[in-house]
Design a protein around this ligand. Structure first.
Ligand SMILES: Nc1ncnc2c1ncn2[C@@H]1O[C@H](COP(=O)(O)OP(=O)(O)OP(=O)(O)O)[C@@H](O)[C@H]1O
Length: 298
């Protein structure tokens, strides 16, 4: 039987948010916010500090109960679901929280195994360790990172370890909250390349909160702008600039925005047949090298 229009839309939009309202006491964070995230895209989410980017992410993944509104992920409603019903949806996404949020008393391998234990507690421990080792290497860390504790890792390595944990369950959807914050420019660029490469090879959809203009230009298919308690615009950067909105103009055409464009253009000129944001391999070494190039953040 052919899929109905509704089914097709739900399939195309991995995340659908309608009429979202969030408030903490008198402070209204979101009011009548709508957003669609398309299958297979990297959606950058930007907005001034405190506009509610992280609260939006937490609402989508069920850590924040909205005052009003509907959220569907993979076509399934997530607001007000019973824990047991939500589990099947939660298995299909991975989350990298701001700062990595690794458990400091667990090794990298044990951190990566946390979601496996949560959702597949009866899995053979040797298999869990094997899966963890695979995810560690997949994120560009050396195999010997597995037995290390977070305190023994650089900032870039911690982010990769957090990403390895987010990938533990082979998710279809990845949430990244400011993944390049605190990284040096080369480490940040390498992390961007890693994200793009994972999106392509694993067919991931990525919801990416960032303040990093280089990341937006380098890897995001579309960008959603949060302001005035809503998503005021979604589109490619060119589409957003055509809107003539003062905040968007200021954000993308300010000095840092211009620097990000200049970096992108310079690299496109250097590699006219393959427009790569930065020619930095997503290698473990790159994540720990000192800064050598300019990088722009807002
Ligand atoms: N648990 C909470 N209790 C009360 N207020 C909260 C809570 N979580 C977030 N807020 C408030 O909600 C607003 C939005 O926070 P949020 O962390 O989503 O902003 P953001 O856009 O991600 O900011 P930034 O870019 O600085 O990380 C802020 O004013 C914050 O203080």
């Amino acid at each position: 039987m052919p899929a109905s229009t509704t089914d097709r839309d739900a399939d195309e939009h991995i995340i659908q948010v309608r009429g979202l309202k969030n408030a903490f006491g008198e402070q209204v964070i979101h009011d009548d916010l709508d957003l669609d995230v398309r299958r297979g895209e990297i959606l950058g989410v930007v907005g001034g500090s405190g506009t509610g980017k992280s609260v939006l992410m937490r609402s989508i993944i069920g850590l924040q109960t909205p005052v009003a509104g509907d959220i569907t992920v993979f076509g399934e409603p997530t607001v007000g679901r019973e824990e047991t019903e939500a589990t099947n949806i939660r298995k299909r996404w991975g989350v990298l929280f701001q700062g990595g949020a690794l458990f400091s008393t667990l090794t990298v391998s044990e951190n990566v195994q946390v979601p496996l234990r949560e959702f597949y507690g009866d899995m053979n421990p040797a298999l869990m360790a094997e899966i963890a080792a695979y995810k560690v290497v997949m994120t560009g860390l050396k195999p010997d990172a597995g037995p290390k504790f977070p305190a023994e890792l650089s900032g870039g390595m911690k982010k990769r370890a957090g990403l390895a944990r987010a990938l533990a369950l082979d998710p279809e959807l990845l949430f990244l909250d400011e993944p390049t914050a605190g990284l040096d420019p080369i480490g940040a660029a390498a992390f961007d390349d890693l994200t793009k490469s994972l999106q392509k090879t694993l067919g991931l959809t990525v919801f990416l909160i960032t303040h990093d203009l280089d990341t937006l230009y380098a890897i995001c298919d579309r960008v959603a702008v949060l302001a005035d308690k809503k998503v005021i615009a979604v589109g490619t950067i060119d589409e957003l600039l055509a809107l003539d909105h003062p905040w968007i103009e200021e954000y993308f055409k300010g000095p840092r925005g211009r620097a990000a464009v200049a970096t992108k253009d310079a690299q496109a000129d250097a590699h006219p047949t393959e427009i790569k944001s930065r020619q930095i391999a997503a290698s473990p070494a790159a994540a720990t090298e000192p800064a050598e190039q300019a990088r722009t953040t807002d």
